[in-house]
Design a binder for this molecule. Structure first.
Ligand code: ADP
Ligand code: MG
Length: 701
C-alpha cells in the first residue's frame, strides 16, 4: 500500500486549503488524510422512519414527525420573546418553539400545511414540545429523495462552523478523501477472521461508517472498526507479554526458607484464608519458572492483601533478594510501614521507609544499607523509582494501588536490576474483568475473593436528611459500646471554602448533639497542616476521640479496627467506588459495623442507583461492574491517564462481547503462531514494524 498517501497533510485535500487546515488541526486534531478517515460521526440521525407525536418519547432523542401546522404567534418581549407554533397529527398536539431567527421563521411558516419536523422532543407540563425544529414542507418527493437514510453527525465547534465545517462540511471533506483513497485501503485483519466474525473489510467499514446505507450496514461497520480497535490493543499487549517471557529471564525463588517459615509458624496472628493461600501459591509458582512475574492481585478492601505482600517479600528474602513495596501516597506508605513492622514483631528482617520527607541524612544511611544488601525491605512512595535508589539485588516489587502507576512507571522499575524483579500489583479498587483485560491485559490476575472468617458484612443503610435522628441514635449506641465513628463530608472540588463550611456547619450541629466532655471529636480537613492532620488522626487511632469528622482525606491509610460506624454525608455526591472505599474503613474488627449514607430527598436517577447498590451489596466486584455501566470507562478512577482507553469507537462497558471475542482471537493466533510466521498472519506481522492505516504497533514491549 502506498502508505505515504494516507499521511498526506490535510491542506492538500480538495476543499481544504491552508486556512481550513489550520482550523482542522487546532480544533479537531486532523492533520493528515488518515485522521479525517478516522474522524467518525459521533451519532446518526435516524430519518428512516416517522414517529407519531404521542409515541415519540423523549428517550428517542431526535425524531421526525409529520404534522399539520395549526397556528403560530410571537409572544413575550425582548429577552423572553419567542415564536410559538401549534401543530398536530392524528395522535396529539405538539408545540414548536423558536427563540432565535423569529422573524425569518415567521415569514416562512404556512398555515394548514403538512410539514416534516425534525428535532429533539421534550415534554413540558405534559405537552409535547420541540425547540428549533428543522422543518420541511411535506411532499412525496421529499420523502423519497434522500430523507430516508441515516444521517451522520460529526462533532464540530464554533470555530469549525465559522469555516463552514459543520456536519455537512466535514461530510463533504470525508467524501473527498474517500474518493481519493478508497481503492487503496487495504485489509488490516486476516481474511479468515473477517469471515469467522462476519466483519467488513476495512475499506467497507470506513465507507459505511461515514456513509451508511441503512442501520444494518452501519452496525456491521461499527462492529468491524470496534473489533479492529480492541483486537490491536490485545495483539500489542499479549505480544509484549509473550516477548517478555522470551526476553526477560526472571529470578528463581527456588526455596521456601527460614524467614518465611518462621513468620508463618510464629508470628502470623491468624490463619490465612483459602483465597490468600491460593494467591501465595500462584506467586510461588510464578517465581519458580525463571520468567519474570507480572501479577495483579485484586482484592476487596479488608481482604488481607498486606500479609500476602509480606509473605511474598519474605520469599524473595529467603532466596537472597531484596524487596520493595510502593504506595501511591505518603500516608499509605507510612501506614504500610507500620503495619508490616507490627506483623514482623521480631527484628529478624530489616525494613525501612523512604518518602519525599525522608531527611537527607537518613536517606544516605538508607541508601548505603540498600546497596550493601543489609536492608531487606524498603517501603515508599514514587520516590522509590528515582535513579538514586539503588538496590544490591532487588528481586520483588510490590505495587499497592496499581491503578495510579502507569505501565511506563512499572517498566522503569524493571530496569533496577540486570534481571528485572518480579512485579506484584495490588489493587483494592476491584475493576471489572473486561476493563482489567484492557488495562492490564499483559498481567496475570489473581483474586482474593474471600474475606477473613468472622467478619460480619457491614450493614449499610440509606437515610434522608429528615431521618437524621436515627443516625444520632445509632452513633450513641455504638459509642456507648466503646466503638468509634467516622463522619465524612464530600470534597467540593470547586470550592475548598464551601467544603470547610459544610463540615463546620455539620460539626456545630454535632457538637450540640454530642456534648463534651462525654464525647470528643477529631477534625481533619484539607486546610490543616500535615502535622495537625497527623495529630488529629493519632488521637482517633489511640481512641482518645470517638468521632472523626473529616473530608475525604481519610480515604486512604486509616486503619482503626475499633471504628464501627461510617457516616457519609451528602452521599449522593460520591461515586460508587469512592463510597465503597470509604465503607471499607469500618468492618475491620469482629464486631458488627455500619455504614450510613445520608442524602437529600431529591436524587438523580444515577444517584439513586448508586445508593441502592451500596445498600444491596458489599461485593466490590459487583459494585465496580455497576460503576462501569453508570459512568463509562473514561471516568473510572485511574483509567484516564492510561491512554489505553483512548478508544475512538469502542466502549469497554457497551462492547464487552466484542472485546472478549477480540481477545480470544488474539490468544488463538499466538497459540498457533507465536512469531506470526504463517502466511495468513503476515498482515499482522507488518503492524509491528510500520504504521498503517493509522494504527501503530511499534515500540512494543
Ligand atoms: P487490604 O486487602 O484492604 O489491604 P489488609 O491487608 O489491610 O487488607 O487487612 C485488613 C485487616 O484484616 C488487617 O487488620 C489484617 O491484619 C486482617 N487480616 C488479614 N488477613 C486475615 C486473616 N486471614 N484472618 C484474619 N484477619 C486477617
Ligand atoms: Mg491495603
Amino acid at each position: 500500500m502506498n502508505d505515504q498517501l494516507f499521511k498526506t497533510p490535510i491542506e492538500y485535500l480538495k476543499g481544504v486549503g491552508p486556512q481550513r487546515a489550520e482550523i482542522l488541526k487546532k480544533e479537531a486534531a486532523i492533520f493528515k488524510y488518515e485522521d479525517l478517515l478516522s474522524y467518525y460521526p459521533f451519532r446518526y440521525i435516524d430519518r428512516t422512519q416517522f414517529y407519531k407525536v404521542a409515541e415519540a418519547t423523549p428517550d428517542l432523542a431526535h425524531v421526525q414527525i409529520l404534522v399539520r401546522l395549526k397556528s403560530f404567534e410571537v409572544i413575550g418581549e425582548k429577552q423572553s420573546k419567542r415564536l410559538i407554533a401549534k401543530a398536530y397529527d392524528d395522535s396529539a398536539e405538539i408545540e414548536l418553539v423558536w427563540f432565535q431567527g423569529i422573524r425569518w421563521v415567521e415569514k416562512n411558516l404556512k398555515l394548514n400545511q403538512v410539514y416534516i419536523i425534525f428535532g429533539k422532543l421534550n415534554h413540558f407540563n405534559g405537552k409535547a414540545q420541540m425547540a428549533h425544529p428543522e422543518m420541511e414542507l411535506f411532499s412525496k418527493e421529499n420523502v423519497t429523495k434522500g430523507n430516508l437514510s441515516l444521517q451522520p453527525v460529526y462533532s464540530s465547534t464554533e470555530k469549525l462552523k465559522q469555516f463552514s465545517l459543520d456536519t455537512k462540511g466535514i461530510q463533504k471533506l470525508t467524501a473527498n478523501v474517500l474518493e481519493q483513497l478508497a481503492d487503496k485501503i487495504e485489509d488490516v485483519l486476516p481474511h479468515y477472521i473477517l469471515q469467522k466474525y462476519k466483519l467488513n473489510s476495512h475499506k467497507e467499514a470506513l465507507l459505511h461508517i461515514h456513509f451508511p446505507t441503512d442501520s444494518k450496514s452501519l452496525k456491521r461497520a461499527q462492529t468491524t472498526l470496534k473489533f479492529e480497535e480492541l483486537f490491536f490493543i490485545q495483539l500489542k499487549m499479549l505480544r509484549s507479554k509473550l516477548l517478555r517471557t522470551y526476553k526477560f529471564k526472571g529470578n528463581v525463588f527456588s526455596q521456601v526458607g527460614d524467614k518465611f517459615n518462621y513468620f508463618y509458624e510464629n508470628l502470623l496472628p491468624f490463619s490465612l484464608t483459602n483465597a490468600q493461600k491460593r494467591v501465595i501459591k500462584e506467586i510461588r509458582s510464578d517465581t519458580q519458572k525463571g520468567i519474570q512475574m507480572n501479577r495483579l492481585v485484586q482484592g476487596d478492601v479488608g481482604s488481607g492483601k498486606t500479609v500476602v505482600a509480606l509473605m511474598s517479600m519474605l520469599l524473595a528474602i529467603d532466596n537472597g533478594y531484596q524487596a520493595c513495596l510502593m504506595a501511591p501516597t505518603e500516608i499509605l506508605a507510612t501506614q504500610h510501614y507500620h503495619s508490616l513492622k507490627a506483623l514482623l514483631k521480631d527484628d529478624f528482617v530489616e525494613i525501612a521507609l523512604l518518602t519525599g520527607s525522608t531527611k537527607k541524612k537518613e536517606r544516605k544511611v538508607l541508601f548505603e544499607k540498600l546497596a550493601s544488601g543489609d536492608l531487606a525491605i524498603l517501603i515508599g512512595t514514587h520516590a522509590l523509582i528515582e535513579d538514586t535508589v539503588q538496590f544490591k539485588n532487588l528481586g520483588l516489587v510490590v505495587i499497592d494501588e496499581q491503578h495510579r502507576f502507569g505501565v511506563e512507571q512499572r517498566a522503569k522499575l524493571w530496569r533496577k536490576n540486570v534481571i528485572p524483579p518480579h512485579v506484584l500489583v495490588m489493587t483494592a479498587t476491584p475493576i471489572p474483568r473486561t476493563l482489567a483485560m484492557t488495562l492490564y491485559g499483559d498481567l496475570d490476575v489473581s483474586m482474593i475473593d474471600e474475606l477473613p472468617a468472622g467478619r460480619k458484612p457491614i450493614e449499610t443503610i440509606h437515610l434522608y436528611e429528615t431521618q437524621r435522628l436515627r443516625m444520632f441514635g445509632l452513633m450513641k449506641r455504638e459509642i456507648a459500646l466503646g466503638r468509634q465513628v467516622y463522619m465524612v463530608y464530600p470534597l467540593i472540588q470547586e470550592s475548598a471554602k464551601l467544603d470547610l463550611k459544610n463540615l463546620m456547619d455539620g460539626l456545630e450541629v454535632m457538637a450540640r448533639e454530642f456534648p463534651l466532655p462525654q464525647y470528643k471529636f477529631s477534625v481533619v480537613h484539607g486546610q490543616l497542616t500535615a502535622k495537625d492532620k497527623e495529630y488529629e488522626m493519632q488521637r482517633f487511632v489511640k481512641g482518645e476521640t470517638q468521632i472523626m469528622v473529616a473530608t475525604t482525606v481519610i480515604e486512604v491509610g486509616v486503619n482503626v479496627p475499633n471504628a464501627s460506624v461510617m457516616i457519609i454525608e451528602n452521599a449522593e455526591r460520591f461515586g460508587l467506588s469512592q463510597l465503597h472505599q470509604l465503607r471499607g474503613r469500618v468492618g475491620r474488627g469482629a464486631e458488627q459495623s455500619y455504614c450510613v449514607l445520608m442524602s437529600g430527598v431529591k436524587l438523580s436517577k444515577e444517584a439513586k442507583i448508586r445508593l441502592e447498590t451500596m445498600v444491596r451489596t458489599n461485593d466490590g466486584f459487583e459494585i465496580s461492574e455497576i460503576d462501569l455501566q453508570l459512568r463509562g470507562p473514561g471516568d473510572i478512577e485511574g483509567t484516564q491517564q492510561s491512554g489505553i482507553l483512548d478508544l475512538k469507537l469502542a466502549d469497554i462497558s457497551q462492547d464487552q462481547q466484542i472485546l472478549q471475542e477480540a481477545r480470544k482471537t488474539v490468544i488463538e493466533i499466538f497459540e498457533e503462531d507465536p512469531d506470526l510466521n504463517l502466511e495468513k498472519h503476515q498482515t499482522l506481522k507488518k503492524f509491528f514494524s510500520v504504521k498503517r492505516n493509522g494504527i501503530s504497533l511499534d515500540k512494543i514491549s
